[in-house]
Design a binder for this molecule. Sequence first.
Ligand code: SF4
Length: 706
Amino acid sequence: MSVTTVQTTCPYCGVGCGVNLSCSSNATNSTITPVTGDQQHPANFGRLCVKGSSLAQTITSDDRLIVPSVYGEASTWDNATDIISQKIQEVTTKYGPDAFAFYLSGQILTEDYYVANKLAKGYIGTANVDTNSRLCMASAVVGYKRAFGSDTVPCNYEDLECCDLLIMVGSNAAWTHPVLYQRIVAAKAQRPHMKVVVIDPRRTATCDIADLHLAITPGSDAAIFSYLLQATGKKGFLDQDFIASHTDGFDSALAQAKASTPDLSSAAKFCGVTEDDLALLCDWWCDTDKSVTFYSQGVNQSSSGVDKCNAIINCHLATGRLGKPGTGPFSITGQPNAMGGREVGGLANQLAAHMDFATLGAQDLVQRFWQAPNMATENGLKAVDMFQAMEEGKIKVIWIMSTNPMVSLPNTSQVKRALEKCELVIVSDIKAHTDTTKYADILLPATGWSEKDGTVTNSERRISRQRGLLSPLGEAKHDWQAICEVAKKLGHHDAFDYSGPHQIFAEHAALSAFENNGQRDFNIGAFQDITKTEYDALLPIQWPVTQSSPEGTARMFVDKHFFTPNGRAKFIPIEPKLPVANTTDQYPFTLNTGRVRDQWHTMTRTGDAASLSQHIAQPYVEIHPDDAKKHDICDKTLVKVYSAKGQTLLKAKVTEATAPGSLFVPIHWTQQFANASIVSALIPPVVDALSGQPESKHARAALEPI
Ligand code: SF4
């Protein structure tokens, strides 16, 4: 018996835990042994949550897609890529480059993202490259860029352990980022004076460690931080030196905060919390230098998500609480590689390597680096707009990679119409049957976790290797290989002739440092000459990784220099707003959506692990007892939940965890798993105007017993 082990990274959440994956083999068969946590990985130091521990159960599946299919018939890669390249050529010649689009995923690797972005933006000439990360952290990206001039997360996980006040906003980390939560629990046990505040309309499992839970009115988060800013000023706890020396715009941000939340009483009323609780938060904030604000989808998935992020960042700038241990505004990404996609420009409003189309000289620089024949010149369409353009017939060919928009995007009936309207829908996936593969004209078998090889970046900017242990199943190929095959058939042979992911990574590193003297925020130029051996041995490391910081960078803005043109951070005046969708007599509830502990996204992978159904086996709708009584609903009553966009049938879970007037439904279950409609079908396509992120947590809805 021989045992082969690789150190790889968990493919689920943005914590990015290190995992040991082993295969035992003898002369007749091979067995994958249960995975263990990597003791050396700085994200988890050996810890895993239940999803990570169950990874071995998800590797084999009866539903693996193992050969390409074209219009429902098994086919060959050669035939499938012939059809794809000919159709891309045809529609882009006839209608222009924007007739093509990629819809990617925070699940794919940085190398996959890089070649997709290069093909679309440099060679086809369209910036229609967007991703399901748009649903996850797009608002946080814009918030950071407005404040720091760059999409740069200042903090790291150690800051969560050494802070004295941790404010968790719109995050049920106990279920969604469990290993980070475990680290926080352990830190609090060791340092009992450390205070945890949870700001969330629901009482979630995360509240178990909260010293204070502010169950705010849904969507009112920005007002908490608006009041905090002006109260900090009133109480004399501003860092005047930092404000004067390193920031711009403080006076107007403070004036707006005073106008929007003039006093404790009005702020508490707007947010639906008691004056005592809000005053206590202010006291703790003012008294505690080492403060981290940890925020996630509850902040981002909002029509004013960007403003909420900047309201948080304003408070940290006003107190100089960033760039120092135990401080900072810390956006936690949902997906394993949501940040890796950002690094290469895998969003429709980015160009490449953290440069935007509006960045002075960037188009010319990237064009010269890529030797690109057909550069895109302006932003492409963000996720929701992309599918609307498909329905309008403007996008003719879409290539969807490793994501299930028929379940995850809002207004799924519109997504269905869009896919039906498209002339060619290409889906790359590991599964043959998902809610989205039904609409594929061409299905391409992709390699899955345990086969894929490349890099991902977690929430603390840490680049880690995902390493393949198993050979690709059937005819499955890596996503970068599929893209390169099509690129070559489009005539771009030399530019897409990579021998492996290490070459792509080296090119990506070289672009990040091209002609910038290490000045660009995201710069991993130290890797531009990386060899395959070095790449294979790469240890987890936090970007930037430059010639002067070859060991990576644990914390950003230590030198108080920001990536704005004048090097100073910016305060943004914020006027707190409630969700666009106000409740009405017809739709009296605010519908919140989110994750449960043991499932991931649309269950295409976790649905294969029987043990993961033991925690929660079925979808449900949480409703407060007072509302349940009013609507004659008991626990487990089957109810119809509906909005102006759609409906779904669910069992009621009557609980005081959800506030009166609110409902909560998990996002995971689909027709594949529950034979029921999808909760996203109820969500209107309302987005933040700056980030394009859908307001998935604040739909209007009604319900009635069946
Ligand atoms: Fe995987 Fe996230 Fe769990 Fe870590 S916390 S094991 S990355 S799902």
